[in-house]
Design a protein around this ligand. Sequence first.
Ligand SMILES: O=C1O[C@H](COP(=O)(O)O)[C@@H](O)[C@H](O)[C@H]1O
Length: 228
Amino acid sequence: MGSCIHWRLYPGLEAWVEGLGQEFAFRVREVVRLQGRCLVLLAGGQTPVPLYERLVGCPDLPWENIHWWLGDERWVDLSDERSNERVVRRTLGQEKRFLSMFHSWHLACDPIEASQRYAAELVGLAGEPPVFDQVLLGMGVDGHVASLFPGDPLLEEVRQYTGVARRAPDGLLRVTVTLPVLVHARCLWLLVRGQGKRKTLDRLAAGDPLLPVSRLLSNRTFVQWCWT
Ligand SMILES: O=C1O[C@H](COP(=O)(O)O)[C@@H](O)[C@H](O)[C@H]1O
């Protein structure tokens, strides 16, 4: 299956944050109006930080009805700067209603157990396979998405919804959702910023099968690509 990419090219960071923030908030409100709740999977990393800061200031987001999850987490203490959860707590967490609806990966001391518990929570709330209404996803220079890195056998996973990633270049263990979760999302936003990722985009356009993002795109029909 090939992907239909809706390219959204923004002239700068401000336009990127504003355009994306408005449309994401609008869609979340619509989902809540129609279904009573919205399930959102957040991206880690630095790219989405300005967007998260923008969303905190959004008065008409129906915070009580949004369940927030995180696509991946570095297996470090929450006090560690490298923790993705620490970043979302520092940004979106300024809104207290976010914290009461946020699902943390830190459910056990052991990453394998934490990953299994996260998957159970996912299935409990989002069904089997879990279906997210909105997925925000970043992309690394090496084309990784969530913590699915080039060459990791976890990329081949088709039955488990989460797993422990062992191929990150920083050597850290990660916990992450797998491709089946990303493939089934109702709406998936790829958030990419900076010329540093231009070459990755060229490799993607050339159909490089080694890029995890290529694997994702070849398995889903529609992606919103938000670039500046
Ligand atoms: O390792 C990670 O990297 C990607 C991209 O991060 P960014 O800082 O370049 O935006 C991110 O999407 C992922 O969640 C994170 O764990």
